[in-house]
Design a protein around this ligand. Structure first.
Ligand code: ADP
Ligand code: MG
Length: 612
């Protein structure tokens, strides 16, 4: 009988394996840059031609290779980075699988010039089809100069799969940017078809971000820094107004390795919730650093997907780190730090744990850090903030109050009156029944009454769902309400949350509900219309916004019940609105991401009048 199974020739096996690691010129860029970093280089130059299709070259000043190593590095499973299974869990280098160069040599022509510092002569080597075809000593600088030429020249089918130069160059830029961001303390340059596109001197992370993405980022990003025993999160997030409708500059790094994580992205999105329009994506550059034994980076050939041991903790930590950073940046008076119930109740923290898992994780230091009171990253609004927000506001916006322009022309008496009536009493003024003008020490602010009230209600409802129940008024006569099938099934879903929010509402029969009470501050009477409107509004949120049901409900209610534009307000109502707005955790934006107020600092006003 004939046997059918035979071993693939090594070259073919390499070519097949290469498919996983080297899909396009950009993949080679990533692998070669990573090798240069692992080799301890401080200066790394990348040169490409025809978007890398003809040439990808990386020149580094790292440790270089001996003649034998230069030969060996092209073989499959050839690596200097791990030796045993244990090493696999302690990886501190970017590479470790020993596949990249073997894969490249299987699908492209390779030239290497390399020299170690301890030898005078370097090695020159040419390879293709997984075979070394020339090796000889040469003169060359210390470090490694690696050329990959004519990618896929022997696999035309795959060459045809490559996209236009424009697209492939974009992939290269993407890989280059990721690596350059992760190592701001190294010099990088990128040269495409003979033109230098990037020349990145070493510097801080912020400088690197500005070098890569433009100086306009200077005013757009705020620092994030949270440290615990188990992990730290550092980096920058964009201010809410820098968020865009399309994906772009979102970067996570774990131990300086770029990774993709929809899960952690969700955590960041949550932290921004209510501060940006729901279809916008914030910019971020976030670095997670933790002991390598707590991550498995070997779950994917290109190592961009990884597994965390304590995924849910990292989620919660990420969310609160970003939230805290945003709170710091905002003028919000969030200065009293206690455990944020929103985070404590986060499903990611509580739900999926089994008793055993919970016990185990409550032993870990991250959990202890996380639940300890008075941690900087645990935020909540100040209970007394209602009174002293102005002080905080003035501190957060340090405009020189000393040169406060008291009119020098006014008579002493007049001046006193003026100061008394304008400066101390500070009466808010409504403008066009839509905006509130209010004087503060450093100038004045103009508040959008509707946006401001939406923010206030939104946070009030949020608190209600966390257990601060809302006062109700009982109706004298319970009413039955009926709705069409679709609405009533939606209403049934919303019932538990609505009850917490002060609606005493119950299912009564098919498509029928009985309402016995409504939130205290809601004028009673037209319950059927109010609920109908609520359901309509709720449905207006397009489903692709991916907000969960609760979040949609909160925003719907905030919008529905907010003081509308066009409503006249009394002085007292305005004063309350202002105080309550600045007692919010995030007073700057409505839950829909619109600004709630605009501030006019005196120096700017003076400038407008051309007064110096
Ligand atoms: P890995 O990085 O996973 O070890 P590679 O195929 O990328 O596998 O590289 C194989 C080996 O070649 C590395 O372990 C390293 O010893 C050596 N090497 C590759 N690139 C360089 C370089 N630029 N400088 C010095 N040594 C290198
Ligand atoms: Mg490598």
């Amino acid at each position: 009988m004939e046997d059918f199974i035979h071993l693939l020739p090594e070259h073919l096996a390499n070519q097949i394996a290469a498919g996983e690691v080297i899909q396009r010129p950009g993949s080679a860029v990533k692998e070669l840059l990573e090798n240069a970093i692992d080799a301890g280089a401080t200066q790394i130059r990348l040169l490409v031609q025809d978007a890398g299709k003809t040439l990808v070259q990386v020149i580094d000043n790292g440790v270089g290779m001996s003649a034998t190593d230069a030969r060996k590095c092209l073989e499959r499973h050839a690596t200097s980075k791990i030796q045993s299974v244990e090493d696999l869990f302690q990886i501190r280098t970017l590479g470790f699988r020993g596949e990249a160069l073997a894969s490249i040599t299987a699908v492209a022509q390779v030239e290497i010039k390399t020299r170690r510092s301890d030898s005078e002569l370097g090695t020159y080597l040419e390879a293709e089809n997984s075979r070394v075809i020339l090796q000889e000593p040469c003169q060359c600088p210390e470090g490694t100069n690696f050329l990959m030429k004519n990618l896929f020249f022997i696999v035309p089918a795959r060459r045809n799969f490559l996209k236009s130069n424009q697209v492939e160059l974009r992939h290269i830029l993407e890989e280059f940017t990721r690596v350059a961001l992760a190592f701001p303390d190294l010099f990088f340059s990128l040269n495409s078809n003979g033109q230098e596109i990037f020349h990145l001197e070493k510097g801080s992370l912020k400088q690197r971000i500005l070098q890569l993405l433009g100086p306009s980022y200077n005013a757009k990003i705020i620092p994030v820094k949270e440290t615990a025993d188990y992990l730290s999160i550092t980096g920058f997030v964009g201010k809410p107004e820098a968020a865009r409708k399309s994906r772009g500059d979102q970067y996570f790094f774990v131990n300086n390795r770029f990774i993709k994580s929809p899960y952690l992205h969700h955590a960041v999105m949550n932290a921004f919730s209510g501060m940006i329009p729901a279809d916008s994506i914030p910019v971020y550059f976030l670095f997670i650093t933790l002991d390598p034994t707590h991550v498995d980076i070997n779950v994917h050939p290109t190592k961009q997907e990884i597994k965390f041991e304590e995924e849910k903790m990292i989620y919660a930590f990420m969310q609160s780190a970003v939230k805290y950073a945003l709170g710091q940046f905002s003028i919000s008076p969030t200065l009293d730090f206690s455990l944020n119930p929103e985070i404590a109740h986060l499903p990611a923290v509580t739900q999926p744990f089994t008793a055993a898992q919970r016990l185990a994780s409550s032993e870990t230091s991250i959990y202890k850090d996380f639940t300890r009171q008075h941690q900087a990253h645990l935020i909540d609004s100040h209970p007394n903030a209602l009174k002293n927000w102005q002080e905080v506001f003035e501190i957060a916006h340090p405009n020189p109050p000393s040169e406060y322009p008291v009119s020098t022309h006014a008579s002493p008496v007049l001046e006193e009156n003026w100061k008394e009536s304008v400066s101390d009493q500070k009466i808010p003024v409504q403008i066009h029944q839509q905006y509130i003008l209010f004087q503060i020490k450093s100038g004045f602010i103009l508040i959008d009454q509707q946006a401001a009230h939406e923010r206030i209600l939104y946070e009030r409802f949020q608190k209600a769902l966390q257990g601060n129940s809302v006062p109700r008024q009982q109706s004298l006569f319970p009413q039955t309400l009926s709705f069409p099938a679709a609405e009533s099934s939606l209403l049934t879903e919303l019932l538990p949350d609505l009850q917490v929010l002060g609606y005493d509402l119950e299912l009564f029969g098919t498509h029928t509900f009985v309402i016995r009470g409504t939130p205290g501050d809601l004028p009673g009477g037209n319950d059927q219309t109010v609920i109908e409107e609520l359901l309509n509004q709720f449905n207006l949120f397009t489903p692709d916004l991916k907000l969960d049901r609760r979040e949609r409900l909160l925003r719907t209610l905030a919008h529905q019940r907010a003081i509308p534009s066009g409503k006249p307000l009394s002085g007292k109502e305005m004063q309350n609105l202002i105080d309550e707005l600045f007692a919010c955790s995030f007073p700057d934006y409505s839950p829909f991401g619109h600004p709630t107020y605009i501030s006019f600092p005196l120096p700017e006003i003076r400038n407008m009048f051309n007064k110096k």
